[in-house]
Design a protein around this ligand. Structure first.
Ligand SMILES: Nc1ncnc2c1ncn2[C@@H]1O[C@H](COP(=O)(O)OP(=O)(O)OP(=O)(O)O)[C@@H](O)[C@H]1O
Length: 354
């Protein structure tokens, strides 16, 4: 049951950029696909288009090979879970889960059996009689999943389902969703702005920006081979260093790296360096390729590592994450000089990664 989105555009206003602009992607059968991007990227609109809650201006949406572009929501066979629980407050957990089945005129016995099965699936067997107001946020969201799954949907559509929960519950439910998916094997589309969430639980990631697809691929490809400067900066909290091609090399601040012969002299470049791709050492007075002496602007211990803001001689700032023990061994503080060794960087000449 794959989902195929073909050249879909949806605009809400006559002027300005469409919310979703000529978007094409596939959510593979049986996989969790994340729609990942910053606020306003068009993720929710795209999910609503797949659900049938919006109709595209142009383009097609296919679920399991069937063109659903103009099909009503109820006929699409989609289960939807939103960020806000959207449970009926005056109904018990059982009644909430049963709702979609009763609308579809399932028999009483069928409904009871399916509700029991769903309560077991979301591990809330003992809470069927409670009202939503008597549940924790995480439990309510599990009921929302049970309700979405009760109708035996062909695909599951999730719009920031854990967005309203605190970090710990969010992490627990992320793992829970992973297990749930292993049991159900349902084709799932997950909207999230949280890259950690996307990289951790999905097999396929569609990165969106400004209503368009910036890159689609495996989490590994998105992380290690970002296709555009936007993806490189959005994923992994990279710092940007700007420079230019000089004598066949990329010169940035006091760092320099090789560039292919195709890069023209004087072209501007951007290098994206992730916080853990820089090693800090005591300065030894010499500058060699890939090394620069910087100054510690600020540092802050965060859990097991220390986040260091380093200013390079060019004025560029880079964020570095150093294991706490390594930082302590360096014995530096704010204002001290340190040597920064860039272990790896993604370099773009114009829009092309090199
Ligand atoms: N019903 C609507 N009417 C007018 N504009 C809308 C409507 N829905 C969305 N938009 C606009 O479309 C763009 C994309 O919004 P959308 O909610 O799809 O983004 P998003 O990536 O899901 O963002 P967020 O993570 O903040 O929810 C935004 O500029 C938004 O203001």
């Amino acid at each position: 049951m794959s989902i195929i989105v073909e050249q879909v555009t949806r605009r809400f206003t006559e002027k300005g950029t469409p919310a979703v602009s000529d978007v094409s992607f596939q959510a593979p059968k049986g996989a969790i696909t994340s729609l990942l991007g910053p606020s306003g990227a068009g993720k929710s609109t795209l999910l609503r288009l797949v659900a049938g809650l919006e109709v595209p201006d142009t383009g097609r949406i296919l679920i399991d090979g069937v063109d659903c572009t103009h099909m009503p929501v109820q006929q699409r066979g989609v289960g939807v879970v939103f960020q806000s629980y959207a449970l009926f407050r005056h109904m018990t957990v059982r009644e909430n889960i049963a709702f979609g089945l009763e609308v579809r005129r399932a028999s009483k016995a069928e409904v009871a059996a399916r509700v029991d099965e769903m309560l077991r699936l979301v591990q809330l067997e003992d809470l069927g009689h409670r009202f939503p107001g008597q549940l924790s946020g995480g439990q309510r969201q599990r009921v929302a999943f049970a309700r979405a799954l009760a109708i035996r949907p062909r695909v599951l559509l999730l719009d920031e389902p854990f967005g309203a929960l605190d970090t710990r519950v969010r992490q627990e439910l992320r793992e829970w969703l992973h297990e749930l998916h292993e049991r159900t094997g349902l084709t799932t589309l997950l909207v999230t702005h949280d890259q950690q969430e996307a990289l951790e639980i999905s097999q396929h990631v569609v990165v969106m920006s400004g209503g368009r697809v910036a890159q689609a691929g495996s989490p590994e490809a998105i992380y290690n081979r970002p296709a555009t400067p936007f993806v490189a900066s959005f994923i992994g909290g990279a710092s940007v260093l700007r420079g230019e091609v000089r004598a066949g090399r990329v010169a940035m601040s006091s760092l320099s790296v090789d560039v292919p012969a195709a890069a023209r002299e004087g072209e501007s470049v951007q290098a994206f360096v992730r916080p853990h791709d820089i090693k800090l050492a005591k300065p030894n007075g010499t500058h060699v390729n890939g090394h620069a002496t910087g100054r510690v602007e600020r540092f802050k211990p965060v859990g097991g590592y220390v986040k260091v803001l380093l200013r390079l001689p060019s004025g560029d700032e880079v964020t570095v994450e150093v294991p706490r023990s390594e930082f302590n061994a360096l014995g530096v503080t704010e204002g001290d000089a340190v040597r920064a060794d860039v272990q790896s960087a993604t370099v773009f000449v114009g829009d092309y990664a090199i």
